[in-house]
Design a protein around this ligand. Structure first.
Ligand code: PLP
Length: 381
């Protein structure tokens, strides 16, 4: 168990809450969840489902109507054809990450994953006895990876490659050209791709592209997606994986062995999320875009901070190297002295040294307040 990692966001949140309990004012820019409520039509569908008796066990792979709704949404959205046999519904997106690595990677295999990146990748790869191989994301490439860096990390033991676009913590997105290159490598080297597309609907100028759109890739890709971010449904725990038909029964069996099934009424609410009106989602994304513009401009106006404009998700990952403090120290001083909860870039891997992650899933007023607090702390640093 000592080898299993964690997400520091939950630890920082706990420390911030403890300070608040002692009367301190804290602006929360640490946690990765929309500050919006789940849209009303989705809540109503969930309540109706509860009253209508969706309170029993369901199939491990998910209710057939939910798998059909996901398959038809995914086919239309990504422009590829999948059916319910390609879908497993899970409590949140995270179980798909866990199950896909457990099912497809053997001890001793190597898995390439983004650094900085969502900390659960590295944690789970190591936990199952495989070797995590970090792939650096470069600020000068708008936090995407260099093709030469990827090629240099391939060995005969490479089994899987993890992609995350839009990206947590950098907000970067992989271009079609980047994806084409990965697809070509995956085909040539017979690799699995785990494509974490949980932020696919939170994009600004550019549309999200999925690696499944390249010939042959649906047969070797597990897509991770879900409802937490796009529909502000983090607490419902509802996500899904899209995978080749012959992988589905194995992931479903892992569900039988762990969760039994995903809560039935949540799945009915999820169907409404996909099929119902999308204006709440669209206005949430429009608001995130305004906040992104605001926080990027605010951070770039502070001496010693340089912030690349993210293309998706709701995080900024500014470079703070000029301040001369380690990221972990800055995270602590931001929380304890300035009252701003944020995450050290190193919470996302060693390449995150020199960066801080702020989530802008908070009101513009609070972001403005945080920017003032950061600026006055930095005058002391
Ligand atoms: N993948 C990434 C990149 C995330 O940032 C998150 C949540 O923060 C998840 C997966 C997990 O999503 P869920 O809450 O639906 O399990």
């Amino acid at each position: 168990m000592a080898g299993l990692g964690t997400e520091t966001a939950f630890e920082v949140l706990a420390r911030a809450k403890a300070l608040e309990a002692h009367g301190r004012e804290i602006v929360h820019l640490e946690i990765g969840e929309p500050d919006f409520d789940t849209p009303r039509n989705i809540v109503d569908a969930g309540v109706t489902a509860l009253r209508g008796g969706y309170t029993h066990y369901g199939p491990s792979a998910g209710l057939m109507e939910a798998r059909e709704a996901v398959a038809s949404y995914f086919s239309k959205d990504r422009g590829v054809l999948v059916g319910p046999d390609n879908v497993v519904i899970t409590p949140g997106a995270k179980p798909i990450l866990f199950f896909a690595i457990l099912a497809l990677v053997n001890p001793g295999d190597e898995v390439i994953y983004p650094d900085p990146g969502f900390p659960i990748y590295e944690s789970v790869i190591s936990f199952f006895g495989a070797k995590p191989v970090p792939l650096p994301l470069r600020e000068e490439r708008q936090f995407t990876f260099d093709a030469a860096d990827l090629e240099a990390r391939l060995t005969p033991k490479t089994r899987m490659l993890i992609l995350n676009s839009p990206h947590n913590p950098c907000g970067s997105m992989l271009s079609r050209e980047d994806l084409r290159h990965v697809a070509e490598i995956a085909m040539r080297r017979n690799l699995w791709v785990l494509s974490d597309e949980i932020y696919s609907k939170i994009t600004y100028e550019e549309k999200h592209e999925s690696i499944t759109q390249f010939p042959g890739m649906l047969e070797r890709t597990i897509v991770v997606d879900g409802f937490s971010k796009a529909y502000a449904m983090t607490g419902w725990r509802l996500g899904y994986g899209i995978m080749p038909k012959d992988v589905t029964p194995h992931i479903a069996r892992l569900m039988t062995n762990s969760n039994s099934c995903t809560a039935s009424f949540c799945q009915i609410a999820g169907i409404e999320a996909l099929k119902g009106p999308q204006h709440d989602r669209d206005s949430m994304v429009a608001e995130f875009r305004r906040r992104r513009d605001f926080i990027v401009e605010g951070l770039n106006s502070i001496d010693g901070i340089h912030c690349v404009e993210p293309k998706g998700a709701f995080y900024v990952f500014p470079n703070v190297k000029a301040l001369g403090l380690s990221s972990a120290k800055l995270q602590n001083r931001l929380l304890e002295e300035a009252g701003v909860a944020a995450l050290s870039g190193t919470a996302f891997g060693p390449e995150g040294e020199g960066y801080i992650r702020f989530s802008y899933a908070n009101s513009k007023e609070n972001i403005a307040r945080a920017l003032e607090k950061i600026e006055s702390l930095l005058q002391k640093v």
